[in-house]
Design a protein around this ligand. Sequence first.
Ligand SMILES: *[C@@H]1O[C@H](CO)[C@@H](O)[C@H](O)[C@H]1NC(C)=O
Ligand SMILES: *[C@@H]1O[C@H](CO)[C@@H](O)[C@H](O)[C@H]1NC(C)=O
Ligand SMILES: *[C@@H]1O[C@H](CO)[C@@H](O)[C@H](O)[C@H]1NC(C)=O
Ligand SMILES: *[C@@H]1O[C@H](CO)[C@@H](O)[C@H](O)[C@H]1NC(C)=O
Ligand SMILES: *[C@@H]1O[C@H](CO)[C@@H](O)[C@H](O)[C@H]1NC(C)=O
Ligand SMILES: *[C@@H]1O[C@H](CO)[C@@H](O)[C@H](O)[C@H]1NC(C)=O
Ligand SMILES: *[C@@H]1O[C@H](CO)[C@@H](O)[C@H](O)[C@H]1NC(C)=O
Ligand SMILES: *[C@@H]1O[C@H](CO)[C@@H](O)[C@H](O)[C@H]1NC(C)=O
Ligand SMILES: *[C@@H]1O[C@H](CO)[C@@H](O)[C@H](O)[C@H]1NC(C)=O
Ligand SMILES: *[C@@H]1O[C@H](CO)[C@@H](O)[C@H](O)[C@H]1NC(C)=O
Length: 879
Amino acid sequence: MLSSQWSVVFKWSFIGFSCFVLLTTKTSGASQSNDPVDARLVEGGSSCSGRLEMKYEGEWKTLTFKAMGSGRATKLKIAQVACRQMGCGSAISITHNVNNTNQRPAWEIELMCDGTELTLRECRNTASLRRVGRRRMTASSQEVVCSDSVRFGNGHSVCSGSLNVKSDNDWAPVCEEGFDSEARKVVCNEFGCGPPMVSSDSSTAEGVPALLKKFQCKGNESRLQDCASSTHKCKQAPAITCQGSYDVRLVGEENSCEGTLEGKLEGEWRPLAVSWALWKPEHSNMVCEKLGCGSVISTLKHDRYGRAWELPSTCWESPTNSSFCKTWMPKFSYMLMTVTCAENVRLVGGLDRCSGKLEIKSGPSWASVCQQSFTTENAQVTCAELGCGFLYSYHSKHYSNAEQATSLVFKCRGKEKHLLDCPTDIRNAMEEDCGEFRTEINCRERGEEPHIDLHTLNMDQDLGYRSEVVKDQRFAISCSTGSLYKPFSMRLRYRIGHRIDQAAEWIQPAVGKSAIFFFPAAEDAHQGLYECDYNYEFKPDFFSNPQTLYLTVKEHHDVRLVDGHSRCAGRLEVEHQEKWRSVSYQHSWSLKEAAVVCRQLGCGAAVSTSKVDDSPEVRSVWRFYSDCEGSERALMECGVVKNWSSSSTIEVACTDILHQPNITIISGLSSTNSEGGEMISMGHSITINCSVEPQYPGGHFSLKINSLNQTHSLTQPAVNHSAVFTFTATEGNCSCVYHNFLFNHNFSSESLSLLMNITDYIGVMLDDENNSPCSGKLLVDVRGGLKLLSAESTVWDLKHASVVCRQLGCGAAISTNNVTLPTKEKMARFYSDCDGSESALLDCGTTVEWFSSSYVQVNCTGETLTDTKMNTSGETLNL
Ligand SMILES: *[C@@H]1O[C@H](CO)[C@@H](O)[C@H](O)[C@H]1NC(C)=O
Ligand SMILES: *[C@@H]1O[C@H](CO)[C@@H](O)[C@H](O)[C@H]1NC(C)=O
Ligand SMILES: *[C@@H]1O[C@H](CO)[C@@H](O)[C@H](O)[C@H]1NC(C)=O
Ligand SMILES: *[C@@H]1O[C@H](CO)[C@@H](O)[C@H](O)[C@H]1NC(C)=O
Ligand SMILES: *[C@@H]1O[C@H](CO)[C@@H](O)[C@H](O)[C@H]1NC(C)=O
Ligand SMILES: *[C@@H]1O[C@H](CO)[C@@H](O)[C@H](O)[C@H]1NC(C)=O
Ligand SMILES: *[C@@H]1O[C@H](CO)[C@@H](O)[C@H](O)[C@H]1NC(C)=O
Ligand SMILES: *[C@@H]1O[C@H](CO)[C@@H](O)[C@H](O)[C@H]1NC(C)=O
Ligand SMILES: *[C@@H]1O[C@H](CO)[C@@H](O)[C@H](O)[C@H]1NC(C)=O
Ligand SMILES: *[C@@H]1O[C@H](CO)[C@@H](O)[C@H](O)[C@H]1NC(C)=O
């Protein structure tokens, strides 16, 4: 039943009462094409503008769109279809008009046109066709304005396309001839599409010449029809594009050239909500231009919640899009925009808002500026006024169609805020006219990146992005710029990851246009990314774009000692021209040179160097030529090598020939203190293992013990490269020293020193009510805290109690007994390997935590012999 080509719902109601009747109508495709009979524009002064009405069931009624689906874009498409159906030109506008004094019957309709339909009935209706049984009275209507004799293409586009004019009830293109910028201005203006775009001038006409209408406009006509016209055989004019029509303003500040960006849609001003990510400076510039202001200076976003017009992203992706801002949608927005434009100055036609032809406001229009007598100071003030940083260049450029130049001659001093604040003269009429030459200015927001270079001694560097220095070598980093201005200071910063390290920042006044930063001997910490930039005296807070350099610090690789069991002793080899070779023993070689080798290898001082004739035949070696003093950091810093043949080589032994021994505690640690450090009990034995990695056979270890201003040492031969020492712990520190006799010299190497953290916390105590330290409940250390010792033990006996008494300086043990508690508690369980003669309980036994309901008491013979302070570790005993 609903196979009809079209179906529309008409809703027709009285307030408070409505009923729905379903109705479908079938029309023939032929009869509806361009059929104006069922739609018309009334009361608009012409058949191409006015209130939109439709005839249905023989009754003409105002058309009112339901709110839903009647966004501005949708409605504009309806208007396009309506204009086409009326045989008019392009749709210029459609407005929702409310006149409360004038109620009239209406069709309420939901239509979705895509703009290409020939009649409104062809448009898709969102609901099915519905009709309201009674008329609806409404005060609102849709006012459509079409151009009457001009349209873009077939009227599908709004603000761009090839132009067609009505001729003999048909539409035909216009002549290219005479269709100049003035004519485009008139057309764009007629369509309410703002000014024409300046771009597409170059596109050439197409097609064969035909008899077309040629227009000659002055530019101030309100319609193309008002321009002088004639008929000619000519080529068709190319398509034109207008900038689009939209009303915007900046509000909230004193002048109209800065403030919150607002737009007007259907009579209502709202802030414009935009996608910040898509907003570009040229969009702000369009706004400034539209408002007759100068170039944009800044655009800031700020958050504010409220009603706004949302601009679809397509508007901003392509600001030249003619549908710009014709598709605003109501929206609640958090992000609004503050635009600041220069009031009186702009640069036009350049790469960006900060370069181009200088123009100043002159009444409602803009005037360009002669290059003659234009000064650097004038240009500097202009750049600063536009928020464009500093002046990069200014020059004179020829413009074939330049507008009138201003007669003002600026005489800025350079510090003025606005160009128009500068003192001026009036150009002498007698002076030579500047003709078609105008001032063009290029400003730069920041200086261009400098050059950054690494400099090292006698190294042929590849100065690419990655540069290398050898450890211990001095180096320098230079920065230089080709800027027109002399930089004020140059800054070098060291980057760690993405972070600039504030501590590593060096600033130097520029010498000429560069600066050199000298570094001491390269260390590992010098490796990383360096960033150089610079500023100018007139804008010291503003640094240029940076240039970076990644510095790699590499180890020395050009010297080594081989065949000596140690990297610090052996036959000397030097790498030169990528060849490792021995060095022949010649006149210049001495302990001084050997000292440099030892230092370069990080092997301490030189102990000996000697000539070795180990090879019967002569072979290719390096001959060393010295200018060494002995304090240099690397051999090749103070000498050179050359090809040579010799049977002699050099052997070098440095002090640090031996590896550093290790010192480890085997036993004697009594507890862990509160900071987690290991503790040794005073007066108890401690056993230490001194060891060294297998390198040379033999040798001996000494253990150096420093305590209370006294140093004494114990000595043991090295057995399997280690030795074990047991001694009584005292306050102080100790270290292992390994000694060996090698290369006819005594060598020794010392371990790190071990700090003996002596504690009087001895892991055992007796506690009783009378405060007698020599009898009572036995508390022992378990996991760093004192706990009762559980009596549920098979090993505990008087023998163990005697160790406790001895340890506490309480003489011999009298008794040990057993106290039972009503409930179990966390205690210490004792595991023993004691024979009873030990000096401390935990030297021969160990504890674990345990739940138990009986504990041990101990009674010793004597008082404590020392005034040892008992450390209870804050434990409370819940007995
Ligand atoms: C409203 O309609 C009345 C009667 O048609 C007319 O006189 C008046 O000018 C209209 N007002 C507006 C604002 O269009
Ligand atoms: C347009 O400008 C010309 C002078 O250029 C003037 O004679 C004419 O009256 C103006 N026309 C209108 C409609 O303003
Ligand atoms: C202009 O915008 C419309 C949507 O609003 C889009 O379909 C079209 O591709 C755009 N044209 C250009 C040239 O970006
Ligand atoms: C170095 O000497 C060897 C022979 O002694 C010779 O083969 C080689 O070409 C020489 N190299 C240079 C760079 O002179
Ligand atoms: C002594 O304490 C320090 C710091 O807590 C620690 O580094 C060191 O290893 C301790 N020495 C011993 C022998 O436990
Ligand atoms: C001492 O340390 C060395 C090296 O770690 C090891 O080989 C040796 O067994 C240790 N000696 C003792 C008694 O632990
Ligand atoms: C010395 O200690 C280090 C680090 O604890 C270990 O890697 C090395 O093997 C030890 N050397 C010897 C000879 O024990
Ligand atoms: C350690 O020696 C210093 C000076 O050599 C002296 O002042 C200090 O009293 C000595 N300390 C002890 C504990 O002997
Ligand atoms: C202590 O008493 C408990 C329970 O009565 C018993 O199991 C344990 O063997 C006794 N310990 C000693 C050392 O007498
Ligand atoms: C410890 O032994 C002494 C002497 O025999 C005795 O007087 C004292 O009561 C005993 N104390 C305990 C707790 O057994």
